[in-house]
Design a protein around this ligand. Sequence first.
Ligand code: PDD
Length: 291
Amino acid sequence: MTAYLNGQFLPLDEARISPLDRGFLFGDGAYEVIPVYARRAFRLEQHLARLQRTLDGIALANPHSAGEWQERLQRVISASEFDDQSVYLQVTRGADNKREQSFPKDLPPTVFIFSTVLPVLTAQRENGIAVLSAVDNRWLRCHLKTVSLLPNVLLRQQAIDVGAAETILLRDGILSEGATSNIFVVKDGVLLAPQRDHRMLAGITYDLVLELAAAHGMPCQLRDIADAELRVADELWLSSSTREVLPITRLDGHPVGTGKPGPAVRKMQAWYSAYRQRVAREGEGGGRGDV
Ligand code: PDD
């Protein structure tokens, strides 16, 4: 498996970083996870724009132009044995010769890229998944996609430990997102979603779901969603780059709506697949990425 590390393409198991890397010591870095269909990075422009927003948010200079990122990503994608992939990229504030929290001067960042096969989630897509709810105890800069993920790791594990697939997070009784995903609610034919602010990561898939809803005339509202509304929802959905749109059919052990994937998620999944297939064929350039 080919990876990219600081200017070199090499097998993943030969890639080495210093134990003094600030990503390792402090979680001081940014990352992206980009899905690849038919060896084409999906919504790459949007992922690179979000990377820039995260880097700006943590005062770390972007080491590469969009063209340089594209070139490096494409080489890792081409070297993979899989057509559909999940590409991971990470930038940290680099490896100093001491452990010191304050920003180092003139330290080159660490840049790492690797790719794995995109998971196939047929059963989850068809039958839905179970989720757990928990109090969102993360910091107040959840709009940044940083590698400081311990709170997300611990929250998600709560779900895994009881055989559920994801943990849904509530801050002051208001839905923020999933531990590794965004969450949508359907009530009386209206698609509800939390508005993008510091309480959640603005998912690339979240944006695409909202674009598809608008393009197909599905009524939509962005607003605070109270815990009680989750309990009486007709449908709940999860979205993320590597999972696309999954129906949530159980919340804290209780059925959501009828307990089966609802009609609205079926529409969204069909719009999403049609869009993905068109992009895999034609690419997103020249405005053809419009939904
Ligand atoms: N997670 N919210 C959080 C906290 C996330 O970690 C993710 C993605 C999302 C969805 O964002 P997007 O649609 O851009 O994938 C929302 C990635 C996949 C991960 O950490 O592996």
